[in-house]
Design a binder for this molecule. Structure first.
Ligand SMILES: *[C@@H]1O[C@H](CO)[C@@H](O)[C@H](O)[C@H]1NC(C)=O
Ligand SMILES: *[C@@H]1O[C@H](CO)[C@@H](O)[C@H](O)[C@H]1NC(C)=O
Ligand SMILES: *[C@@H]1O[C@H](CO)[C@@H](O)[C@H](O)[C@H]1NC(C)=O
Length: 235
């Protein structure tokens, strides 16, 4: 194949645009003994059987969030619903999900650029699935985990199928309250109210890659699945 000079220039420009797009990667991994429908905004969604993962490319400039949806049913065109984390009834999320859901929040930043870069786990929207959010590049090592059995401990009045509501969503999440302690005691790495920045937000150099792991400790293994979800209907 012979290429004209003009088309060669076009191709080179195209490659340059691709290689200069500042993107990072977040591997989303399901270690739960049940299916989760991973969700990312921006990013979409993906059904993950136990052990499966979804390598997500993310724009270093844009903030985003990742969460797990549970107990979903979707038809062939990707319409349906989930028991927790539902994002407007579609497989490929175009906005945030419904509370309660454990959230991984981030803005990755770009290599060699200053500017706000952060990663955190938030329980401000409640809890549904245990989570780890960790850098995977050698320049940054602070791993965040929220692996406590919050659904089991959840006080009856906050309990919903598949999750635990953070009551701050009703009364304002700006300040700590006695109920935010329930979440903080179990997951000290995570946000329990909106301005919980000092103990809950972390930063790595721009260009760092990450992973989000659902059920990092696999604390559900060996337990009766019924206890969290009806596993048999998921796997
Ligand atoms: C899937 O569900 C949506 C919403 O109920 C409906 O509009 C669509 O026709 C369905 N698609 C298929 C392939 O069943
Ligand atoms: C960042 O800076 C370092 C040292 O100044 C350089 O070696 C590296 O190539 C730069 N990386 C990018 C992606 O610009
Ligand atoms: C928080 O305080 C309210 C009002 O004083 C009380 O009713 C509730 O039981 C407390 N909750 C917790 C988790 O301590």
């Amino acid at each position: 194949m012979r290429l004209s000079k003009a088309s060669l220039v076009k191709i080179l420009c195209f490659l340059f645009v691709i290689s200069s797009t500042k993107a990072g990667s977040i591997d989303i991994i399901n270690r739960c003994p049940f299916v989760v429908w991973a969700a990312a905004y921006p990013g979409g969604g993906m059904r993950l059987s136990p052990g499966e993962s979804w390598p997500l490319r993310v724009d270093g400039d844009k903030p985003g969030r990742i969460w797990a949806r549970t107990n979903c049913v979707f038809n062939e065109s990707g319409h349906g619903k989930c028991e927790t984390g539902d994002c407007g009834g579609v497989l490929h999320c175009q906005n945030g999900g419904k509370s309660p859901a454990t959230l991984a929040e981030y803005r990755l930043g770009e290599a060699n650029k200053s500017g706000p870069a952060f990663y955190d786990i938030s329980l401000v929207d409640g809890f549904n699935v245990p989570m780890e959010f960790s850098p995977t590049s050698p320049q940054c090592t602070r791993s965040l985990t929220c692996a406590a059995n919050i659904n089991d401990d959840c006080p009856t009045e906050w309990k919903v199928p598949g999750g635990c509501i953070n009551p701050c969503v009703q009364g304002g999440c700006g300040r700590p309250a006695n109920y935010t302690r329930f979440f903080k005691d179990r997951c000290p790495d995570a946000y329990s109210f909106g301005l919980d920045d000092r103990s809950s937000t972390f930063t790595c150099p721009g260009g760092t890659d990450y992973k989000v792991v659902f059920c990092p400790n696999d604390i559900l293994q060996g337990l009766d699945c019924q206890f969290w979800f009806n596993c048999r209907s998921h796997i």
